[in-house]
Design a protein around this ligand. Structure first.
Ligand SMILES: Nc1ncnc2c1ncn2[C@@H]1O[C@H](COP(=O)(O)OP(=O)(O)OP(=O)(O)O)[C@@H](O)[C@H]1O
Ligand SMILES: [Mg+2]
Length: 252
């Protein structure tokens, strides 16, 4: 997991100072006639190339926020710009194109396609984009998450942690500008979790990928630039609890 990633493509889009700019975001779910409020007037700026952890109690709206930032859900009010693009101005197909080109998403519940092997699941984003070398890139990314010997297993033939690592490989295979990750180490043992943290941080260092990580993992949050906490529908900046032995690595 320590080898450098491939160099940044030369046709990278221009860099905006804030990869995410969200203003006045509100969101609720509707169940029958009842409205379940989730976010209330949330404003968020995430600088390009930074690592941001999002914490908060179960049910506080962390997954919902990631769904908004990915354009998979629309806010009830407010606006979101991702990499300079106003999500509100895009239709579903254009949102899907944006995700395919610039965004990687690691879902809390993986969302792997059950009939496809690990390799085909991981190759899917590149194959859908018509890119060459999709299987080779997926094989390499699966190697980096420690799954070289599970390439041809289907999700039902993989453990929960292995499925999570396939989902991670799939989210990273197209080297996105933005990675939205919903508890990416939630199902992993300490050693595998550390290799996943290293993989995500190396992507950040080497390609400048902006990381937005929903996590209860204190080690992960301690190595991020910012920690935001969702509570009562609002986001609050909280101090990063640096661990002494990590301070050098973070500031290096
Ligand atoms: N499709 C839905 N319809 C109605 N309510 C929903 C829906 N999805 C989520 N909710 C509710 O919205 C609130 C926020 O859910 P969300 O999944 O964003 O929380 P979370 O912070 O990610 O929680 P966890 O840490 O348990 O994953 C919860 O109270 C949940 O019950
Ligand atoms: Mg969640």
């Amino acid at each position: 997991m320590n080898q450098p990633l491939m160099p940044m493509p030369t046709d990278m889009p221009h860099t905006t100072p804030h990869l995410i700019e969200a203003d006045g975001l509100s969101m609720h779910y509707t169940i029958g006639t009842r409205q379940v409020p989730v976010l209330r007037n949330v404003n968020l700026r995430i600088a390009t190339g930074t690592r941001v952890a999002i914490a908060g109690p179960s049910g506080s709206g962390k997954t919902s926020l990631l769904l908004l930032l990915s354009g998979l859900e629309r806010p009830g009010a407010g606006s979101i710009r991702v990499d300079g693009v106003d999500l509100g101005s895009l239709d579903r197909d254009a949102l899907a194109d944006l995700r395919r080109e610039r965004v990687g998403i690691i879902f809390q519940s993986f969302h792997l396609l059950p009939s496809l092997s690990a390799l085909d699941n991981a190759a899917l984003p590149l194959q859908m984009a018509g890119a060459s070398g999709a299987r080779e890139a997926a094989t390499e990314m699966l190697r980096r998450v420690g799954l070289s010997d599970r390439l041809h297993h289907r999700p039902s033939q993989l453990s929960g942690g292995e499925q999570q690592r396939v989902a991670i490989a799939r989210a990273l295979v197209h080297r996105p500008r933005l990675l939205l990750a919903d508890e990416p180490t939630g199902n992993l043992d300490d050693q595998t979790a550390e290799s996943v943290r290293e993989l995500l941080f190396s992507l950040n260092r080497e390609l400048g990928t902006t990381l937005v990580l929903v996590t209860h993992d204190l080690d992960f949050a301690a190595r991020c630039d910012r920690v935001l906490r969702l509570h009562d529908g609002q986001l609050h900046e909280t101090p990063v609890q640096r661990q002494p032995e990590l301070t050098d690595a973070v500031s290096a």
